[in-house]
Design a protein around this ligand. Structure first.
Ligand SMILES: CC(C)(COP(=O)(O)OP(=O)(O)OC[C@H]1O[C@@H](n2cnc3c(N)ncnc32)[C@H](O)[C@@H]1OP(=O)(O)O)[C@@H](O)C(=O)NCCC(=O)NCCS
Length: 228
């Protein structure tokens, strides 16, 4: 119930409510402030990860579905994604199934002003080997190049390393996605390999670059620009 309430509220109001809920006894609410992110959770359900800067991560709701469909079908966005199209029905089914998935965690990215601009997540979370795959999409192109993707990436890494205690987070990025590569390198991902001519776009094959970060590297680098 609380998750539904928080998901529906605008972030600023939700944040105020969250602060109040923290003090509510008997609900087994758990809050945890790490060096870089603030987590609000009950049991295993995470309500929000907040850094009190320019973005907020919150649960994805069915009300977000139409925006996701728009973004996944935009060729200027999906040229950077593995998924090249999406129907409203597929998106709704995916959102409904999400809470059941133990090996995946996805959040909507909102600006601090409450505009939904994309999503970020960890997939294929491996509880034995402690690694996961990172993915992000700022679907609203008006919000590209404003530092928001970097901030959302930092929050997700913070969650992955400091809450899920992952040892390693990795990602795939297409060679022509120079903006994403810049973001990942600046944050501290290391280029680990190349899958040659792995992705087909506009009739031509391009390389996919594999990048990864270890928990020890996160610890070393999190005080750099963009983290504090
Ligand atoms: C990739 C993405 C997450 C980056 O988020 P963002 O908020 O746009 O990025 P930021 O503003 O945090 O940083 C972008 C940086 O790349 C730079 N940049 C932009 N275009 C560039 C280009 N063509 N080549 C090199 N650098 C570029 C920007 O100048 C900025 O660097 P600066 O802060 O030093 O000026 C976002 O643009 C996005 O979701 N794009 C569409 C989907 C996608 O590519 N997902 C990732 C799949 S791996």
């Amino acid at each position: 119930m609380t998750s539904v309430l928080l998901g529906l509220l605008r972030p600023s109001r939700a944040w105020m409510l969250a602060r109040a809920v923290v003090f509510y006894e008997g609900m087994n609410m758990r809050t945890q402030r790490t060096s870089n992110c603030f987590l609000l959770a009950m049991g295993y359900t995470v309500f929000m990860i907040i850094k009190e800067k320019n973005v907020i991560l919150r649960p994805i709701t069915l009300g977000d579905a139409e925006r996701f469909v728009l973004w996944f079908n935009d060729p200027e966005v999906n040229k950077f994604l593995h998924r090249r199209s999406m129907t409203l029905e597929q998106e709704r089914e995916w959102i409904k199934a999400s809470p059941e998935k133990r090996q995946e965690v996805n959040f909507a990215i909102d600006t601090s002003g409450g505009v939904h601009i994309g999503s970020v997540g960890l997939r294929n979370i491996d509880e034995v080997y402690h690694y996961a795959d990172f993915g992000i999409m700022i679907g609203d192109k008006n919000y590209w190049n404003k530092g928001l993707g970097s901030e959302a990436t930092n929050l997700m890494l913070c969650y992955g390393f400091e809450q899920l205690h992952l040892h390693r987070i990795e990602l795939d990025v297409y060679e022509y996605n120079e903006r994403a590569i810049k973001v990942y390198e600046r944050i501290g991902f290391i280029k680990e390999g190349v899958k040659r001519e792995h992705v087909l776009w506009d009739g031509k094959f391009y390389d996919t670059i594999l990048m990864g970060m270890l928990a020890s590297e996160w610890e070393n680098k999190k005080t750099r620009k963009g983290f504090s």
